[in-house]
Design a protein around this ligand. Structure first.
Ligand code: PMP
Length: 323
């Protein structure tokens, strides 16, 4: 779907996957007006297909657009575009069972040609899709994390809450540092004190205190994950208490060592729910749990996947049915 100043959204088209032809002076290549989303379509036991909370992705896409001075795509168009692609690619939605899905990647770029620094006056919104298997092939395996103090992902007033390529470009060097330290993932801390836990490379974090689960509050510099939001509700359905709060790195370590912090897990569209098994930082290392995924982590994971794959009732109307 195209957008042009003065004309708005027009020319919705469903076309075979093909390369784009880009002018070397395309404004996106120089000034990075680019935003994207990620969501999944699942096949249910009866063979029908549904996407998980596309309206929430549409809304987040509009928030990202506003921050990058891009036009807001109406939610109905966002959802209709995803639906049209999933219907076209129905055969690519894997059979029910396991965690396989069709991953959708809606995105928007500026298409105007010019070298002046200002919001572009032409944009293109596209959705592409790719079949996705379970994120971790060996089952649910705890990951090791590196607390990044040398780099920050986002600053107050910046773009951290937006899903834009620049945030991911800023994270690559820290991810490489994590790998050098022998860790799977980076954990981002706040930009000012390097003390408050924000999120992981591509997932939000949850801290399990017995039957209470806590996730870092939305400060504006972390992504408001849709899985994170869903778990605030789902945890209550399962009889846990769920809340947003502030968690410092000292508290993380202290509460793990004194046994009150019983599990930590990360959550996101790609990996669903993944336990954190060990932590490394400039200030010291510690292990989290006994090397096995925790009971609360597994229970939430199963409950969420069951809703997504249609194995359990969709009490909150999260599944968008495509027939
Ligand atoms: N944080 C970041 C930086 C991410 O890229 C993602 C993945 N979109 C998440 C959190 C989790 O968000 P969601 O649950 O919407 O996938």
């Amino acid at each position: 779907i195209k957008w042009t100043e003065g004309r708005g959204w027009h020319e919705a088209q469903l076309t075979p996957y093909a390369p784009l032809s880009i002018d070397p002076a395309n404004m996106t290549l120089h000034y990075a007006q680019e935003i994207f989303e990620g969501l999944k379509a699942y096949r249910r036991p009866d063979g029908s297909v549904a996407t998980f909370r596309p309206g929430a992705n549409a809304e987040r896409f509009r928030r990202s657009a506003r921050r990058l001075a891009m036009p807001e795509l109406p939610d109905e168009l966002f959802i209709a575009a995803c639906d049209a692609l999933v219907r076209q690619d129905n055969a690519w939605v894997p059979p029910h069972g396991g965690e396989s899905s069709l991953y959708l990647r809606p995105f928007m770029i500026a298409t105007e040609v010019g070298l002046g620094v200002r919001p572009a006056n032409e944009y293109l919104f596209i959705v592409i899709a790719s079949p996705a298997a379970a994120y971790f092939s060996g089952g649910v395996k705890p990951v090791s994390v590196w607390l990044s103090e040398n780099y920050v992902r986002a600053v107050p007033g910046g773009m951290g809450f937006a899903k834009t390529g620049g945030n991911y470009a800023a994270s690559l060097l820290a991810q490489a540092e994590a790998a050098e330290k022998g860790c799977d993932q980076v954990v981002w801390l706040d930009a000012l004190e390097h003390r408050w836990v924000e999120e992981m490379g591509g997932m939000n974090l949850y801290f399990v205190y017995g039957d209470r689960i806590v996730t870092p509050e939305l400060t504006g510099s972390l992504l408001a994950g849709i899985t994170r939001d869903s778990l605030l509700t789902l945890a209550r359905d399962l009889g846990y208490t769920s809340e947003e709060g502030r968690i410092s790195t000292e508290q993380w370590r202290r509460d793990t060592e004194n046994g009150t912090l019983t599990e930590v897990f990360a959550c996101g569209t790609a990996a669903v729910i993944t336990p954190v098994g060990s932590v490394k930082s400039a200030g010291g290392d510690w292990t989290q749990g006994d090397g096995q995924p925790g009971a609360v982590t597994l229970k939430l994971r199963e409950a969420l996947l069951n809703i997504q794959t249609g194995a359990a009732a969709d009490a909150h109307g999260w599944m968008h049915d495509l027939g």
